[in-house]
Design a binder for this molecule. Structure first.
Ligand code: ASP
Length: 309
């Protein structure tokens, strides 16, 4: 088949400055992004679905300690790791999501099981954990999720009682949530997003990442979107669905819709972050209103990119 295929991934947006990045660290991020992008793209090339491709790419990012998802999830106020994830496909707009789960190696896989093995869309906390155990999903001990840098961030945040965004000096904003969006050769779109949320979060705080329509959305008529940024603003602006709506109801192109939402509507309420999106023709948009966003994209036209700033 010669239909177009496209994939895009992100590993979080924020105050990511070249001046505070060492060449080694930059190389490590680029390598982790390339690994995830290639894994997702070759799945599409082999004829797997967009849903498979986004799950594969997000699992690869969840397995890296560099990003705030899965293995690299940040510490909560209590010193635990509480993770959120969601997945959605654009043909029937089926979706699955989990929140405040712990000890799960790949939260995105659990989100997909919610979508495919239950009549529900969103499972939370201990109920989601019970479902995970029934499904025999891979668990990891606390030590797997321990990262010294994130432990130090948590200690710093505890002193000031600040709820802190990922891998950032105090009061700067960096987010390490991961996500992927894809178009497969059958014309189907899918999106997946996974996160550890915010360092030192408490009271069962949940961000936009597991909320369909806010941090993650897919609809074959329009686009697939995965977001990263200050989750509270993304929830209030219903960001992912808003991009789709501008295309569906106002006839915007993917690029126009992404720009309007990220550069205007989010900025109006001081929301910082970004998103990745792909449309049904395979166009890709990587839009952010922060200094940087870990990102990558690859298309069957031959275009590909890995970038940070
Ligand atoms: N959006 C995520 C949240 O608020 C954070 C991130 O993008 O890193 O939980």
């Amino acid at each position: 088949m010669n239909n177009p295929i496209s994939i895009a991934i992100h590993g979080g947006a924020g105050t990511i400055l070249r001046s505070s990045m060492s060449p080694e660290k930059e190389a490590a991020y680029n390598a982790a992004l390339s690994l995830a992008l290639d894994a997702g793209y070759s799945a599409l090339e082999k004829g797997l679905s967009a849903l498979d491709a986004v799950e594969i790419a997000v699992c690869s990012l969840e397995d890296s300690p560099l990003f705030n998802a899965g293995r690299g999830a940040v510490f909560t106020h209590e010193g635990t790791h509480e993770m959120d994830a969601s997945i959605m496909e654009g043909a029937n707009r089926m979706g699955g999501a989990v929140t405040t789960i712990h000890g799960i190696k790949n939260p995105v896989k659990l989100a997909r099981l919610v979508m495919e093995q239950t009549e529900h869309v969103f499972l939370a906390g201990e109920g989601a954990m019970q479902f995970a155990k029934e499904q025999g999903i891979a668990l990891e001990p606390d030590a797997y999720f321990h990262d010294e840098l994130r432990y130090q961030q948590w200690q710093e945040s505890l002193k000031s009682d600040v709820v802190q965004l990922d891998h950032s000096p105090l009061k700067e904003n960096k987010f390490g949530t991961v996500g992927a969006v894809a178009l497969d050769q059958f014309g189907n779109l899918a999106a997946a997003t996974s996160t550890g949320g915010m360092t030192n979060k408490k009271f069962g705080r949940v961000g936009d990442s597991p909320m369909l329509g806010a941090g993650n959305y897919a609809n074959n008529k329009t686009c697939a979107v995965s977001c990263t940024g200050s989750g509270e603003f993304f929830i209030r602006a219903v960001v992912a669905y808003d991009v789709s709506c501008l295309m569906e109801y106002k006839g915007y192109t993917l690029a126009q819709a992404c720009r309007e939402v990220v550069q205007n509507r989010l900025m109006e309420i001081n929301g910082d972050g970004g998103l990745i999106a792909v449309d049904a023709q395979g166009n890709v948009c990587l839009e952010f209103n922060t200094d940087g966003m870990y990102r990558g994209m690859k298309k069957s036209t031959g275009e590909s990119e890995i970038a940070i700033y």
